[in-house]
Design a protein around this ligand. Structure first.
Ligand code: MN
Length: 590
């Protein structure tokens, strides 16, 4: 039963004895317990451990995965775990159990129509909760175990009552999927999102499934052909391909994208995107150039995430081209390292068996950079794990409003900072604060976890002294603004401004009668029939209205408009005929 699975995990581990003991301990502790589906309880921690092992995490984390539900669900205690497996593992198990007790305020989680989510994807309050989550988990590995736990709970969600399903699925979509995204673990993120999608929006999910399956199939067949051609071309050009494959877009992200494009599948170019994995960054750009030589790229759709990584650290080159038979496809080019990072996030660097993999890459997200810096400084795996203890939130404190909302502030912030973070009017009118129920001065520094209530006085005004206490730039600028507006000179200016407005508002005479407006027209350049594509006039020949035109896709992937008889253009056309486009002047109505 559980035999082959645990044998596999043991084989993968560098501490097989530890995994074996943890499994036996967990199996005995959960003896006789069943999950909602009726299967033996042990299969759940076993799958969690398997996920962690597949992420190439260290043996202690995998063992903690096996033990993660023991304290909450069995007679065994944390003390027993510590005695048998040591401090580090009991710390991880305890962390997971503590996270499980974190309550999300009810109003935080409301199921809104799916369209609203697309329009308004960033939920500030949920973002605060995610930060809380990090702050509470003192070790990143705790968060990873929790994610693996949540993934299995989502995969087995079918057996529990619908109401509970909804709550768990919503929590997954709001908290856990963004968390996985933040850590760059694309693989878990998309699995969580697609499962949550199925439970939260079953109608939309079914619609998508019905519409997408056939399209996926045709698309795959087509890409199979493209793959063959491309492999040949790249071989000829001397590029070594490590892997070339395609994968359908995940359902949740696809549906979001469809909503933005009137549910028109023809406008989704990456329904199934082609991925090329090459040896190094130089080859990435090389492949991009070769592709553009053969297939014309769609202007404005070439994305260089290598030079400009996404906030979560994602790197790759993306381009969208007119491919075989003029069909539009998206191609992604990356190195193996970038690919692993996109799937497994920061855990991609933890491949303990192979030591720590360090290639300097530019990351523009502060905490990703911080992790990287640790990796550079620390060479021993043990020290590295020490370094992973999350302290990138060490300089932040989390303060609660009386209603339980979380406000995230820098260390040393005082109630005035808090008041301005809640609302600028509350800041401008605050007179005192209650910290954990006790009245205190506005200048007192806050501590992590404080509950703060601001007492407002309508006649109160910000004072210059406040600038000495506040730590946030928000509070500082609001206070300065207020002081400026409150000065005598400013008051006179405002008085005069009001007077002028009053005079302007008086009824006017001698108005011109309104004439019907003629429609305005303007000359625009039409490129293969489209007048909405951006282009610029070439400097070499500066074409004027009425000239016969030709367009050329430049090296920078912009479109230059030349006179049809421009010498420079004719030269380019001879060399790169596939980069020229038909162009002409066209009158358009504005
Ligand atoms: Mn669990």
């Amino acid at each position: 039963m559980a035999g082959p699975q645990i044998q596999y995990i043991i084989k993968q581990s560098s501490e097989p004895e530890l995994i074996k003991n943890a499994f036996e301990f967990a199996e005995e502790a959960h003896q006789g317990q069943k999950r909602a589906s009726g299967e033996g309880y042990i299969f759940h921690p076993l799958r969690v451990a398997n996920t962690l092992s597949a992420m190439k995490l260290d043996s202690k984390t995998v063992a903690a995965g096996l033990l993660h539900d023991i304290v909450d669900d069995t007679d065994k205690t944390l003390g027993e775990i510590e005695e048998k497996f040591g401090k580090e593992i009991s710390f991880l198990v305890n962390g997971v159990s503590k996270l499980g007790k974190l309550r999300y305020p009810k109003e935080e989680l409301t199921l809104e129509p799916i369209e609203m989510r697309v329009k308004n994807p960033i939920d500030l309050r949920a973002e605060n909760l995610r930060k809380m989550f990090f702050a509470m988990a003192e070790d990143l590995r705790v968060v990873l175990i929790k994610l693996a736990d949540r993934l299995d709970n989502m995969e087995t969600l079918g057996s529990i009552p619908p109401k509970k399903q909804q709550r768990i699925a919503l929590e997954t979509l709001e908290i856990f999927a963004p968390l996985a995204n933040r850590l760059g673990i694309g693989d878990i993120r998309s699995k969580l999102q697609d499962l949550a999608f199925m439970y939260l929006y079953p109608k939309e999910y079914e619609w998508l499934l019905k519409n997408v399956q056939e399209r996926y199939e045709t698309r795959k067949k087509y890409l199979e052909k493209v793959k063959k051609v491309l492999t040949k071309i790249l071989k000829k050009e001397g590029i070594k391909i490590i892997d070339i494959h395609f994968r359908p877009k995940h359902y949740w992200t696809l549906y979001q994208k469809l909503l933005k494009h009137e549910k028109n599948f023809d406008r989704i170019y990456d329904l199934v995107a082609l991925r090329i994995i090459v040896k190094d960054i130089k080859n990435c750009y090389g492949v991009l150039g070769i592709i553009h030589k053969f297939w014309r790229p769609l202007p404005g759709r070439i994305k260089d995430y290598i030079a400009f990584p996404k906030p979560n650290g994602y790197q790759a080159l993306h381009t969208t081209c007119f491919c075989l038979n003029g069909k539009i496809i998206e191609i992604q080019i990356k190195t193996q390292e970038m690919h692993d990072e996109a799937e497994y996030g920061i855990t991609a660097h933890w491949a303990m068996k192979e030591g720590i993999n360090l290639k300097s890459q530019r990351k523009n997200f502060a905490w990703v950079q911080q992790l990287k810096d640790w990796q550079k400084k620390i060479t021993k795996p043990k020290d590295f794990l020490e370094g992973l203890k999350i302290d990138f939130f060490r300089n932040r404190i989390f303060i609660f409003t009386p209603k339980g909302d979380v406000i995230d502030l820098p260390e040393g912030a005082c109630p005035i900072d808090f008041a301005y973070a809640v609302h600028s009017e509350i800041g401008n009118r605050c007179s005192a604060a209650k910290i954990n129920g006790k009245i205190t001065q506005l200048s007192r520094p806050l501590k992590n976890g404080d509950v703060v209530e601001i007492i407002i006085d309508k006649n109160k005004k910000p004072s210059k002294d406040w600038l000495k206490y506040v730590k946030t730039s928000l509070a500082r600028s609001r206070i300065k603004n207020f002081l400026k507006q409150d000065s005598p000179a400013e008051n006179l200016k405002n008085f005069l401004k009001k007077k002028v407005e009053q005079i302007r508002a008086l009824p006017k005479f001698n108005r011109q009668p309104k004439l019907p407006k003629k429609p305005k027209t303007k000359m625009a350049i039409s490129l293969s029939g489209h007048t909405d594509i951006r282009s610029h006039l070439a400097k070499c020949c500066s074409p004027k209205e009425g000239d016969e035109l030709k367009a050329y896709i430049t090296q920078n992937h912009t479109i230059a408009i030349h006179k049809a008889d421009c010498k420079d253009f004719l030269k380019l056309q001879k060399k790169w005929p596939q980069k020229t486009i038909e162009a002409k002047w066209k009158k358009i109505i504005r």
